[in-house]
Structures are given as C-alpha cells and as structure tokens.
Design a protein around this ligand. Structure first.
Ligand code: HEC
Ligand code: CU
Length: 347
C-alpha cells in the first residue's frame, strides 16, 4: 500500500477492538430498547380498558421474573463497563517503546517535531507497526487532535501537556482534523498523517532534519539561556544536576515526590516556584514568555537525552545524544535543508 494515497477505514492497533466494542454496544442497547418498546406497545393493546366500568387488577409480584430482568442487564452492562475501561486504559497508556513526537497546536496549524529534528506543519510521517506517542500543547486556545481512522482524539491545551498514542497498521494517507472550535479558520486546521512502510520511513527521515536533533538544539538553548551557568553536571553546585533526572522521582521541599516527566520539566522551566526541589533555594528565574513551546520541547529533549536510558528509544539515526553529555558520539541530524512537502510556517 502506498503512503501517498488517501486511505480510509480503521487503521490502528486499537481500532479493531474499538469498532467491535462500539458496534456491540450499539446493537445491545438497540436490542434492549426495541424489546422494551415491543412489550410496551403489546401491553397497551392487550391490556387497555375495554369497558367504561372496568377495574384494573393488581397481579401478584413475580419474584423470579423481577430478579431475572434486574440481574441479567446488570451483569451485561457491568461487563460492557469493564471492557470499556480496559480499552480506555489501552488507549491512554502508551507502550514503552513508542516513538516520542511533540505537537504544538496554534491558530490555525499543527506543528510536529520528530526527535531527530524533522519538523512538519500539518503533516506527520510515521512508520507502520510502531507505536507513536504524541506529547501535545497549545500555544493559544484549546485545540483537539483527531485522526478518525486511528480512532484517537485528544484535547490540546494551552499551558499543559496532554498525550495520546497510536500504532498505524496499514500504510496510507489519513485525515487529521482539529476537533475543537478554535476560531475563524478552525475548519482549515487540517492535515495528513502518512503511515509509511519502515524502509520508506527511513528514507523519509534521512531526507529531513535540517537543524539537528531536538536534543542538540536543546543543548544550544541550554547555553544560550544561561541554564548552564547554574546547572552544572556535577552534584557540587547550588542547583540540581539535571543529568539522570528524566523519568526519575524527585523529592520536593513539601515532602512530596514527583516523577520528572515532560510535564514536570516543562513546569520547572516556566514556573520554577510551583515545585521546588528539596534542599534547594527557589532562585531559578522563570522563563515564561522567553521560550516558545518548541524551545521548551527542545530543552526537555536535551534533558531526556542526558537522562537514564529508559525503555523509550529514540528511533532511527544513531547519535541523537549531544556529544559532551551522553555516552553516544556526535550531534545528530542529517544535514539537508528543509522537509519535503511541508509548507513554510507563517506567523
Ligand atoms: C539562577 C540559577 C538558575 C538558572 C539560570 C536556571 N535554573 Fe533551573 N533550577 C535552579 C534551582 C536552584 C533549581 C532547584 C529549585 C527549584 O526547583 O526551583 C532549579 C530547578 C530546575 C529543574 C528541576 C530539577 C529537578 O531536579 O527536579 C529543571 C528541569 C531546571 N531547573 C531546568 C532549567 C533550565 C532548562 C534552565 C534554562 C532555561 C534553568 N533551569 C535555568 C536554578 C537555575
Ligand atoms: Cu484548532
């Protein structure tokens, strides 16, 4: 199957189960509603008052019947609830080996960034049979990332990361919509997901990534914004060592412990006082208004790259870890100029 031909129909790892469950619910609920309607109409005809002086009769309570029609639907619907919950958690929890992609929504476009630095506007290229995790944030109002054929939809909020994942199962070109009314050109906030065979995807990756990996760009920002003046990579300074921070638990001065995930690191940069690391003074200035969401993503990618290797591999080309800090060599990024097919960004 070619990835440049518009495809439709369910095409992700969860869409089969999702379809099955959806139609089971529709059929079961319609059948129950139909049964009730039939009994209702039958009873109206069969038992209506035939003479003016006719009196209604009170039947004896039929316990077995009452119990049956209470217990059977109860278990049937609780079963649906249980299955629905299982499916919900499958949809919510990304597998550990998902490729991390960052999404920034703004009026009226989608900006997508690959770990190796490829940036796309209103287009996302992904490999088939490989889970992809989207970490998303909005630069302005609420948007919603909706790929009908993958059966995924997730609000994209200003000031907070939300995430969703999918695994495309069929190569093809799929619709991407914004599903939250976000202003005058909301209907134009649309794009395409290209699910590609792995070798096509590798070829596509090798074509882009003009500015180097996100982590390498984050490293530049780390120096440019003087983070490096405070955060040294040893444990001697007045500021926490950010190496091996990513994904680890952090003890706060309130006694609570939080996991240093993307949301925590983003908040630490934009609102450092919200959570202060135990044993440190709250002297870090806020970078709110100085860094764009994309730059924050770069910094997080850098901190992730110097962090412990989690199950989350950054796929494709080796060498995504900046050279001075990681164990890998070389700053990554195949050096071509621009991403085929992407429209230039307009602000
Ligand atoms: C003036 C010195 C200073 C500068 C500049 C500074 N920080 Fe910090 N940073 C700190 C201190 C002190 C803490 C610990 C107290 C706290 O949590 O606010 C901290 C905490 C953090 C944390 C949480 C660390 C943890 O162990 O949980 C992150 C992430 C972080 N800074 C990233 C950055 C980034 C990225 C920059 C540059 C954009 C930066 N910092 C600039 C002083 C600084
Ligand atoms: Cu929108």
């Amino acid at each position: 199957m070619r990835s440049d031909i518009l495809t439709s129909g369910p095409a992700s790892s969860i869409s089969g189960e999702y379809e099955w469950f959806f139609w089971t619910m529709v059929i079961v609920c319609s059948a129950v509603a139909l049964l009730i309607a039939i009994i209702l109409i039958y009873s109206m005809i069969r038992f209506h008052r035939k003479r003016d002086n006719q009196m209604g009769s009170q039947r004896q309570l039929n316990i077995p019947l009452e119990v049956t029609w209470t217990v059977v639907p109860f278990f049937a619907f609780m079963g649906m609830f249980a299955y629905g919950s299982k499916l919900y958690f499958d949809i919510e929890r990304p597998p550990d080996n998902a490729v991390p992609i960052y999404v920034v929504g703004k009026q009226w476009m989608w900006k997508l960034q690959h770990p190796d630095g490829q940036r796309e506007i209103n287009e996302l290229h992904v490999p088939v049979n490989q889970p992809v995790k989207l970490t998303m944030v909005s630069q302005d109002v609420i948007h919603s990332f909706f790929v009908p054929d993958f059966r995924i939809k997730q609000d994209v909020l200003p000031g907070r990361y939300t995430s969703i994942w999918f695994e495309a199962t069929r190569a093809g070109k799929y619709h991407l919509f914004c599903a939250e009314y976000c202003g005058a050109k909301h209907s134009g906030m649309i794009g395409w997901i290209y699910a590609m065979e792995p070798h096509d995807y590798q070829a596509w990756l090798a074509d882009g990534g003009a500015e180097g990996s996100l982590a390498a760009q984050g490293e530049k920002l780390f120096h440019q914004y003087a983070c490096a003046n405070c955060h040294h990579f040893d444990d001697a300074g007045r500021c926490p060592n950010l190496r091996n921070l990513y994904g680890r638990p952090v003890e706060l001065n309130t006694g609570d412990t939080v996991i240093a995930d993307d949301s925590y690191i983003r908040e630490s940069i934009l609102d450092p006082r919200a959570k202060v690391v135990n044993g440190y003074q709250a002297i870090m200035p806020t970078f709110q208004g100085q860094l764009s969401e994309e730059q924050v993503v770069d910094l997080i990618s850098f901190i992730r790259a110097i962090g412990p290797r989690t199950g989350v591999e950054q796929h494709s080309n080796p060498g995504t870890v900046p050279k001075e800090y990681g164990s890998h060599k070389g700053i990554a990024g195949p050096g071509s100029s621009g991403i085929a097919g992407s429209k230039p960004e307009t602000r």
